[in-house]
Design a protein around this ligand. Structure first.
Ligand code: 1CP
Length: 344
């Protein structure tokens, strides 16, 4: 089987164009997904191997992207650590938040078997996906996962109790990071065993804390997860959203590719990030609410960068948001595939 554009780029090979996929490509914008959500809850979709595999593959058929991402959620790790989780119309919510306990670590009861249904989902995807389409596995990075566990919900994206825990009780923060990391490694390696082609670590809320604190307290745990996955032969993409100029301190041992948010121009990110690390990103998803002309004009600005940089995967700076017209997402994929990238 010939490698897909996505795998070639992850391996450091030259291609005629950048590969393209989108964060949150399955849920949120596809009419076919929204139709399925009328019949099933999010939890029903993610827990049934048949349905989850179907949703995972919708963007392959509807958008023609170059990779599929497992349809699941980063909050399955807290759930497997013993925290009761529900997905409400206003987002995920835990029955109890760790901030309400004197000894939060004592609340955790790790049970890795609670993740087993996800490996059945991966098996079903492998059985049903087109051969040349790679599957991306993922987990949340330890700080973002901790944010939801401590605060209990995500409606307020400042997570004040999670952030202050890093200053008030470093020892407790380390205990919680260790528990998250240990289970995440087991989870990631099982995803590898079930045949994922790449693994992305989502640190969506890195920008809530100073990058120095991030490197001191969180990065050692990220490194443990990525090292385990990279040692198992699977490439790792790390998304540290909002880390700012901190991206220049990420080392080739920490990941293979760094996903860049929309705040940093991709050319500047290239200057900051270690040359042995590839880049992913970084279109502002909200641009896709704009007119076709505005979208195409912004996309054209990527051509000079893309003509010189082969180690780049096209993506958004963060995930799709509800309300983006499906046609605009498709416009981006078609444009990436039809553009002359002037590579040689
Ligand atoms: O109502 C619905 O249809 C459910 C919405 C939804 C979906 C589609 C949630 C609830 N999770 C997901 C799937 C999901 N989540 C995927 C699968 C791929 C895909 O959708 O295409 C992935 C990779 C995630 C990862 C995730 N979940 C992150 C990290 C990445 C990111 O986008 O920032 C985070 C922070 C979450 C938490 C979460 N789960 C769901 C929501 C609405 C949220 C965000 C809550 C918040 O902070 O507002």
């Amino acid at each position: 089987m010939a490698d897909s554009q996505f795998i070639k780029v992850l391996k450091g090979e030259k291609t005629e164009r950048p590969p393209v996929w989108f964060m949150r490509q399955a849920g949120r914008v596809l009419p076919s997904y929204l139709e399925m959500r009328k019949k099933y809850s999010f939890k029903e979709l993610m827990r049934s191997p048949g349905l989850a595999a179907k949703v995972t593959l919708l963007p392959i058929y509807d958008l023609d992207v170059d990779a599929a991402i497992l349809f699941s959620d980063i909050l399955v790790i807290p759930e497997a650590l013993g925290m009761e989780l529900s997905f409400t119309d206003s987002g995920p919510r835990f029955a109890k938040a760790l901030k309400d306990f004197d000894d939060p670590a004592s609340q955790l009861k790790p049970d890795a078997s609670k993740l087993h249904y996800i490996y059945d989902v991966i098996d079903e995807i492998q059985k049903t996906k087109p051969q040349n389409i790679p599957l991306i596995g993922f987990c949340g990075a330890p700080f973002t996962t901790l944010c939801y566990m401590v605060q209990g919900l995500g409606t307020n994206h400042t997570f004040p109790d999670a952030v202050t825990l890093l200053y008030k009780d470093k020892a407790m923060a380390h205990k919680l990071f260790s528990a998250i990391t240990e289970l995440s490694i087991e989870y990631a390696l099982n995803q590898v065993k079930h045949g994922i082609s790449a693994f992305q670590i989502f640190e969506t809320h890195a920008g809530l804390i100073p990058s120095g604190l991030y490197f001191e307290m969180v990065m050692p745990y990220v490194r443990k997860i990525s090292k385990a996955v990279m040692d198992a032969g699977t490439p790792v993409i790390f998304l540290p959203k909002g880390l700012g100029t901190g991206i220049k301190h990420i080392k080739p041992d920490d990941a293979d590719f760094i996903s860049i948010d929309w705040q940093t121009p991709i050319e500047e990110a290239r200057e900051l990030v270690h040359p042995n690390l590839g880049l992913q990103g970084n279109l502002d998803p909200r641009l896709l609410m704009g007119s076709k002309e505005t979208i195409l004009e912004t996309l054209e600005r990527y051509v000079p960068f893309g003509s010189k940089n082969h180690n780049w995967i096209f993506n958004l700076g963060h995930g799709f948001i509800p309300g983006i017209p499906y046609e605009n997402a498709k416009l981006v994929v078609d444009w990436i595939k039809q553009t002359n990238w002037k590579r040689n």
